[in-house]
Design a protein around this ligand. Structure first.
Ligand SMILES: Nc1nc2c(c(=O)[nH]1)N[C@H]1C(S)=C(S)[C@@H](COP(=O)(O)OP(=O)(O)OC[C@H]3O[C@@H](n4cnc5c(N)ncnc54)[C@H](O)[C@@H]3O)O[C@H]1N2
Ligand code: MOO
Ligand code: MG
Length: 613
């Protein structure tokens, strides 16, 4: 297996960008962020180390804190010179290259190239795609030689090739063994060569991972800290590391009710008789040292007496008279049933790290250290409101064409569960003045404003105008379903600022965008350390229809089949207005962008709704 830490990712940013007026291509902005940073964000989770290959604009890349390697060959000789530079400098057995102008590159590029390389026992693996033939004929196989995973030991071959004056990218490997790995999603290899291509990409729906990365870069944790008694700290985020002031347990102690003894006394074959020299209760340490041939009656949790290293549970004792016990020498092994001082927490060692969310175990752990109050970040204030003239509140009559406002309640529930301080601002009519007033009030009270509705292409122009007046808000199209449209930005009013997350109005879209986009952002702002939702791989009970190129979150029910194996099925209709599907479901089936239709029995990723703790 080729592990992540065996691979250095090299972002090729050393070209001349002739069709971009020789600008530094890697620094061109896509959704307000440099192309090279998008590539970095996509490669980072896939490799152990990262570096840039840059020739002319070293300073542009220095801020990323990564190595910046120039070509060793002079005169902009193309990507192979970058590859050569990377192979010379990488400290890992493999190098993975990707150009700085390919921000959609596959999230499983490294894993799949590595699998292909191993399967073919090859020296390098490159990506290939099948592109539709413009004349309507059979698809054309297209190689992408700059998306390449190569053994760093291939360097001499590349050196010789370049020394011979050759520069062509596709042919350098000569006698080395090449594996071609087919990727179904050709769009992932899209690269930007002209200003028109960049404009087009800026207009297209953005991958979920890109939206997540953009959100992550704009979320900063709340600074204020408060000191809370333990009993009020459940769900809060620790603001500083906790170093154990004591060891837990504070003494070596017994794990059983029985007799503490010296393991060395259990030698031989015949039953052993020991004299009971003391009785030790939990909280009442013994007073005598136990000599050879002696033992002490001891209770669970009581301090081990000096001289003893083992405890025999009382039910394993053959005979006990009060003054003596008799046991078989093989009843226990020396050292059994003794708990060591500090085996849970050692004095002076970190017990909990800042960013930890305090759950039941953490409250108990802090208590076990004798800590009575704890420093946590103040709760994140999240103002939320629904928008729409059609909305009525539960309890009100429903007139023609109107609906009840459900998003307010799902949002309230989700925010509360996450540990935020929800500020419910009700529902707001689709009128410019009402919307502006609501945003201003929300901005004055909250760190984050979450709205639902009014963000699709049908959104009234006045919404955009107001948001533009109050701050900088982008309207995103995200390549996901449900949850395609979303507004994101920062707004300012009355000397305050707040992050705005404008979620789409459809009730399931609200939940999907909340869980997969807003949740990580809010957690980061709450000061919580990154908690990736664990994806579990489960076979699909039946085929699932899925559009390749788009991330889909389908509502699923995971349960055991007749043979006892877990499997997942979709809840039925997946419309983004069908909120009952979220209630029937016990998991979200996460169908990644690069996946197509799923066949019965195929493994899919799921996120469970409920956890134990
Ligand atoms: N021409 C296009 N139309 C739509 C597109 C598109 O790309 N092109 N995207 C669709 C998608 S996907 C979604 S999601 C919605 C998002 O629209 P908005 O965010 O502007 O939301 P609204 O139009 O205000 O509402 C959508 C839908 O949800 C109902 N809704 C709204 N608020 C609530 C609430 N608080 N409780 C319950 N239900 C609510 C609302 O009545 C609408 O039925 O746009 C699609 N259209
Ligand atoms: O994606 Mo919309 O957000 O489906 O309903
Ligand atoms: Mg609306």
């Amino acid at each position: 297996m080729i592990a992540k830490h065996h691979i250095t990712g090299l972002i090729l940013a050393g070209g001349l960008a002739t069709r971009m007026g020789q600008q530094d291509k890697g620094m061109l902005a896509l959704h307000g962020q440099p192309l090279a940073q998008h590539v970095l964000q996509r490669l980072a989770p896939q490799v152990g180390a990262l570096a840039f290959n840059v020739n002319d604009h070293h300073a542009h890349y220095a801020g990323y804190g990564l190595p910046v390697w120039p070509d060793d060959l002079a005169g902009h000789c193309g990507p192979l010179a970058g590859l050569q530079s990377g192979l010379r400098r990488a400290g890992t057995p493999y190098l993975l290259t990707a150009p700085c102008d390919s921000p959609l590159l596959p999230p499983d590029l490294a894993a799949r190239l590595a699998a292909g390389l191993l399967a073919h026992d090859a020296d390098l693996a490159i990506a290939v795609t099948d592109e539709p033939d413009s004349a309507g004929g059979a698809p054309q196989r297209r190689r992408h030689p700059v998306f390449c995973l190569v053994k760093t030991s291939a360097l001499p071959r590349l050196d010789a090739y370049l020394a011979s004056g050759e520069r062509r990218v596709g042919a350098w490997h000569g006698g080395l063994k090449l594996a071609e790995v087919l990727f179904e999603d050709a769009a992932a290899f899209r690269n930007i060569n002209t200003p028109e291509e960049l404009a087009e990409l800026n207009n297209d729906a953005m991958p979920v991972e890109m939206a997540q990365a953009l959100l992550a870069t704009s979320a900063t944790p709340v600074g204020e800290v408060e000191q809370l008694p333990l009993a009020q700290a459940l769900g809060r985020i620790l603001s500083a590391d906790i170093v154990s002031p004591i060891s837990v347990p504070a003494h070596d102690n017994s794990a059983m009710d029985g007799y503490a003894l010296r393991g060395a006394d259990l030698a031989g074959e015949a039953p052993v008789t020991l004299a009971v020299a003391d009785t030790i209760l939990a909280g009442r340490p013994g007073t005598v040292a136990i000599a050879a041939g002696q033992c002490a009656r001891i209770m669970t949790g009581a301090v081990m007496p000096a001289g003893c290293d083992s405890v025999v549970p009382q039910e394993l004792v053959l005979q006990a008279s009060g003054q003596t016990i008799t046991i078989r020498p093989d009843a226990i092994r020396a050292g059994d049933n003794r708990r060591f001082k500090g085996e849970d927490l050692m004095q002076g060692q970190p017990a909990l790290l800042q960013g930890k969310r305090l759950g039941p175990a953490e409250l108990g752990l802090l208590a076990s250290l004798g800590i009575a109050t704890v420093a946590v970040r103040r709760r994140l204030r999240v103002a939320f409101f629904s928008t729409g003239d059609e909305l009525r509140q539960p309890g009100q009559p429903l007139d023609a064409g109107s609906i009840y406002d459900s998003n307010r309640y799902t949002l309230l529930g989700m925010l509360d569960r996450l540990g935020c301080e929800p500020l419910d601002m009700g529902s707001v009519q689709d009128q410019p003045a009402a919307l502006e007033a609501a945003l201003r009030v929300a901005c004055s009270k909250a760190d984050v404003i979450i709205t639902s509705g009014g963000v699709s292409s049908g959104a009234a122009d006045h919404t955009r105008e107001i948001l533009a007046r109050l701050g900088k808000v982008a309207f995103w199209k995200i390549n996901m379903r449900p949850g395609r449209p979303m507004a994101f930005g920062q707004i300012h009013a009355g000397g305050h600022s707040a992050l705005l997350l404008g979620l789409p109005g459809n009730p399931v879209a609200v939940m999907a965008t909340f869980y997969f986009l807003a949740r990580p952002t809010l957690l980061r702002m709450m000061g919580a350390s990154a908690e990736e939702l664990p994806l579990i791989s489960v076979p699909a009970q039946a085929a699932i229809r899925k559009k390749r190129g788009r991330t889909e979150y389908q509502r699923g029910i995971v349960e055991r089949d007749a043979g006892g194996r877990q499997q997942v099925r979709v809840t039925g209709a997946q419309g983004s207005g069908i909120l009952s599907s979220m209630s029937q479901a016990n998991c979200m089936i996460v169908l990644h962008a690069q996946q197509g239709h799923v066949s019965a029995g195929e493994l899919v990723d799921i996120v469970l709704f409920h956890g134990l703790v």
